[in-house]
Design a protein around this ligand. Structure first.
Ligand SMILES: O=C(O)CCC(=O)C(=O)O
Ligand SMILES: [Fe+2]
Length: 225
C-alpha cells in the first residue's frame, strides 16, 4: 500500500480544517516506497509531457510556465496512476476529510494530471478548477519555502484578485506530502520558483460528487492538450 495510515484524530482534524479553510494538508501521505515508485513514474511520464508558456485568458491572463501531461495520456501510459486514482483506501480517506464520497470526474483529460515546475520563474498561475475536489501529491518539492513553489489560496474567493490581498493563505509542502483543496471555489496558484536547479512535481487527482453542478471552462484544454 503506497499510503501511510491516519489516526481517527488526524482525520477529524483534517475534516475540521477542510470545512473552515477549503484546504487540508496530508503530510507524508505517501510511504517512502510509494513516493519512490510514483516519482520514478512521473520522471518517465515527463519524457512525453509538453512544455507550456502562455497566459490563460479565461483566468484573468494568469501565467503558466510549466511542463504538463493530461489525464487522457496518463490513462493510456500509466496503469499505476490509473489504479491509484481508484484506490479504495484513498477514496475512504478523502470521503472522511471532505464529508462526502468522491466520484471520478467524467472527463479523462482532467482526471489525473502531471504538473512539473523545473525552471527558475516557473509558476502555475491563479485559477479555480472545474471540479470541486483536488487531491495533490508532491513527488518533488523545493526544500526551502524561499525557493518558491508555495501554494497560495483564498477559500470562497469572489475573484482571482483576492489572491493579491491579505486574505491569501500560503502553504509549503515536502515530497511525499499531499493536500486536499475545495478547488472550484478556492482561488489558488503556485508561486514562482526563485532559483535554477529547483524542481516541483505534482500529480493532481480531480474528483466530483453526485450533487456538484457541471462546470467546464477552456482552462484544462489549454493546459493539457
Ligand atoms: O500544484 C499545485 O499545488 C496546484 C495544482 C493545481 O492547482 C491544478 O493542477 O489545478
Ligand atoms: Fe488547480
Amino acid at each position: 500500500m503506497p499510503f501511510t495510515a491516519r489516526t481517527a484524530e488526524e482525520t477529524a482534524a483534517a475534516f475540521l480544517r477542510f470545512s473552515t479553510d477549503g484546504y487540508a494538508p496530508l503530510p507524508s501521505l505517501l510511504t517512502s516506497e510509494g513516493l519512490g515508485e510514483l516519482r520514478a513514474e512521473a520522471w518517465r511520464l515527463e519524457g512525453i509531457a509538453r512544455r507550456r508558456d502562455f497566459t490563460m485568458t479565461c483566468m484573468d491572463d494568469s501565467p503558466r510556465h510549466m511542463t504538463t501531461l493530461g489525464g487522457h495520456v496518463i490513462a493510456r501510459e500509466s496503469p499505476l496512476v490509473r489504479k491509484l486514482y481508484e484506490d479504495a483506501q484513498l477514496l475512504a480517506l478523502m470521503g472522511a476529510v471532505v464529508g462526502e464520497p468522491p466520484m471520478a470526474v467524467p472527463d479523462p483529460l482532467e482526471r489525473h494530471v502531471l504538473n512539473v515546475l523545473h525552471q527558475e520563474g516557473d509558476t502555475h498561475g491563479a485559477h479555480t478548477d472545474d471540479y470541486p475536489y483536488a487531491l495533490v501529491f508532491f513527488l518533488e518539492a523545493p526544500h526551502a519555502p524561499a525557493d518558491g513553489g508555495l501554494l497560495e489560496y483564498v477559500p470562497g474567493a469572489d475573484s482571482l484578485a483576492d489572491l493579491d490581498t491579505g486574505r491569501a493563505h500560503r502553504a509549503h509542502h515536502r515530497a511525499g506530502d499531499a493536500y486536499l483543496l475545495r478547488s472550484d471555489t478556492t482561488a489558488h496558484r503556485v508561486t514562482p520558483l526563485t532559483r535554477p536547479g529547483v524542481r516541483r512535481t505534482v500529480l493532481n487527482f480531480a474528483y466530483t460528487t453526485r450533487s456538484a453542478a457541471p462546470r467546464t471552462t477552456q482552462s484544462a484544454r489549454e493546459l493539457y492538450t
